[in-house]
Design a protein around this ligand. Structure first.
Ligand code: DQA
Length: 139
């Protein structure tokens, strides 16, 4: 199984940025744990702070990969262009969030992209990504 993980803006700062919300681990360290836990999965990882680059990666992988796990960061709440990109590809996309977006500022409760995704996992810390991998595997 080939899975693409895409992290959006500011998620390159995981481990440094607001650790009380997002934890103390970098994504690169966490990814190693995922790789060990799921030896049957070929993981590809991409992070960008640029909306268009995220869209390009969805296009690039969205017809050949088995799944895309997408944390679009703040673009989650604003990006019709990412919604359209997800709609436009064949590969299923799961939206993930580290924090429980519904327990924070009200603007985080709305996802502009959720309607194009297979499902949404939020609030379990970095473990949200592991849960998304499990969900992809059980499809
Ligand atoms: C986030 C939640 C978003 O509201 C925020 O803008 C992020 C991270 C999360 O993983 O909890 O950058 O997507």
């Amino acid at each position: 199984m080939k899975l693409q993980i895409i992290n959006g803006p500011n998620l390159n700062l995981l481990g440094i940025r607001e650790p009380e919300v997002y934890g103390f681990s970098s994504f690169e360290d966490y990814l190693q744990k995922l790789i060990q836990r799921f030896p049957g999965v070929e993981f590809h990882y991409f992070q960008s702070n640029v909306e268009g680059e995220i869209i390009n990666k969805i296009h690039e992988t969205g017809f050949s990969f088995d799944g895309i796990i997408l944390n679009a960061g703040a673009y989650t709440h604003t990006s019709i262009a990412i919604y359209d990109a997800i709609k436009g590809v064949a590969t299923p996309v799961i939206e993930v969030h580290i924090s429980n977006v519904h327990a924070r500022e009200t603007f985080r409760s709305h996802s502009q992209i959720a309607g194009a995704c297979k499902g949404v996992i939020a609030g379990f810390g970095l473990d949200s990504y592991r849960l998304a991998v499990e969900a992809m595997m059980s499809r």
